[in-house]
Unconditional design. Structure first.
Length: 507
């Protein structure tokens, strides 16, 4: 890490206010793999706060010292600022504390409130508090209501703040999302609530708005007059691993489309906001979701494909099918793959199809947005094969942007080849990478909700996928197409585009 970057904290943003971060689910996998390492990274870049405390809360009995040891073991292999130096970890770990308790127990929260008051006074944190819900979703209501009963949901001092980060999934359908919103907003105000989607912390996702609105060459082409179609792919090579039990209750539509992929869709299609502040950006994203043509029975049959991975191979390695995974019903109909065609009924995008695709055990791990432009209206090289122009935003694993166009090959004949100009964040900005979780944590600590979801947007996204869930639930006798692990999904996914003389762009 360059020393000048360490001093300025420039890759994450300014130093946050002094505060206490209360991490619910502190002994869980997400806390150990993502949240605690992200806070350590922020501390190393001087972006966590001049004074801070991190209080873990979970059912697992632990002392402060055992919590610090557990967090240290996890952070050693996960921190994104490089190898952990013992002295730096010890300095960070001194601010780690632990308060065991049950999420539904009022006494546990009374003890938490007492501990918070002691630490706040000792470290002069000014009453600023961030509650982070890194727990199973079923305990969200208990935690929120107990925070309200314990008097922890409102600022205790003039000028102080209280915020809460809630992980996805935010509900499992429209009704439960509405109910959870109601519970949360009975205790907190909307401005205090940060619904996190880590995809939005990635540089390429954020750069999408910069690419469009700060460059005069892109925005004039970003509409139905020039764009043929848009593809958004979020593919994984891994299966469900040890999360079979969870995935049986979720599936790819709930797990990925409703959140990550629709978030990316709204950012691609968004109208220019009046200003780059949270309210303006989130208002425009909501308009996109509200403009997507609703699904009915016929549209689900024609425009949505689901699939489930079957046995296959990755090189010479044999891969098990989904139904053979631990915790999965041998007759499961849960989808591990979804492809769909959306239409956005507004002036900018009328008639331009958006093709979305996500799945597990696919051929490559990649998340990318591909905008394919219409062919030139006058093809003077009609007898030669000319590829369409494409703008591709690579979100993971390698963040960057590329654009393809036709060029004459060397030689006397008029032979055309397709060439690509690539921009890599790693190469373009000296190899400095940011943790998406650390980016979003810093935004929340500084009170910037631009990249977080609002309650009305969550409900709008659920409204879009709800009819699909209902059709699939009613069609219990319909088989789920199988696809071999290590491929790009079921044949029906290709047919979704072939009907319109298009094909998937595979990373």
């Amino acid at each position: 890490m360059p020393e000048e970057t360490n001093r300025s904290g420039s890759i994450y943003g300014g130093t946050a206010d002094p505060c206490a971060v209360i991490l619910f689910g502190a002994s869980g996998d997400l806390a150990k793999r993502k949240v605690i390492p992200a806070m350590y990274d922020l501390a190393q870049y001087k972006s966590l706060g001049e004074r801070y405390a991190i209080i873990g809360f979970a059912r697992t009995p632990m002392t402060d010292d055992s919590f610090r040891a557990m967090a240290g073991e996890a952070a050693k292999t996960i921190s994104e600022v490089g190898p952990i130096e013992p002295a730096k970890w010890d300095e960070f770990a001194a601010s780690l504390h632990y308060s065991p308790g049950d999420y539904a127990d009022q006494n546990s929260f009374a003890q938490l409130a007492k501990r918070l008051a002691e630490i706040d006074a000792e470290k002069k944190l000014g009453g600023n508090r961030l509650f982070y819900l890194s727990t199973p979703p079923e305990v969200y209501p208990d935690i929120v209501e107990q925070l309200g009963r314990a008097g922890l949901a409102r600022p205790s001092n003039p000028g102080s703040w209280v915020r809460i980060i809630i992980e996805k999934p935010f509900g499992r359908d429209l009704a439960t999302a509405r109910e959870l919103n109601k519970i949360v907003l009975n205790v907190f105000e909307e401005k205090q609530v940060y619904r996190i989607d880590h995809y939005l912390g990635k540089d390429t996702v954020q750069n999408l708005l910069v690419l469009r609105f700060s460059n005069g060459i892109f925005e004039p082409l970003w509409n139905r007059n020039y764009v043929d179609h848009v593809q958004i792919t979020a593919s994984e090579t891994l299966g469900v691993e040890r999360r079979g039990g969870f995935y049986e209750t979720a599936g790819a539509l709930r797990d990925m489309i409703q959140s990550h992929v629709l978030q990316l869709t709204s950012l691609v299609a968004v109208e220019p906001p009046a200003s780059f502040d949270a309210t303006a950006v989130r208002n425009e994203k909501l308009k996109v979701l509200q403009s997507i043509r609703p699904f009915n029975l016929e549209m689900v049959a024609q425009s949505v494909v689901r699939g489930q991975y079957a046995p296959g191979k990755a090189g010479e390695k044999a891969l098990a099918g989904y139904r053979a995974e631990p915790g999965v019903n041998p007759n499961s109909r849960t989808e591990t793959f979804v492809a769909m065609r959306l239409l956005i009924d507004n002036w900018r995008w009328a008639g331009v199809p958006f093709y979305l695709r996500t799945g597990k055990r696919l051929a490559k791990r990649s998340t990318e947005i591909m905008i394919q432009f219409k062919r030139a209206p006058h093809i003077v090289f009609r007898e030669r094969e000319v590829e369409p122009n494409r703008l591709i935003l690579n979100i993971q694993p390698d963040e960057g942007v590329s654009i393809s166009f036709g060029a004459k090959k060397p030689g006397t004949e008029m032979s055309i080849g397709n060439v690509t100009m690539n921009f890599s964040y790693c190469e373009g900005f000296g190899g400095v990478s940011r943790s998406a979780y650390a980016t979003l944590l810093n935004d929340c600590l500084r009170g910037d909700p631009t990249l977080f979801d609002r309650g009305d947007s969550v409900e709008a996204a659920w409204s879009l996928v709800e009819p699909i869930l209902e059709v699939w639930s009613a069609a219990k006798s319909v088989s789920v197409p199988q696809y071999a692990s290590g491929t790009w999904g079921p044949r029906e996914s290709d047919q979704l585009l072939e009907r319109e003389a298009r094909q998937w762009y595979n990373p």
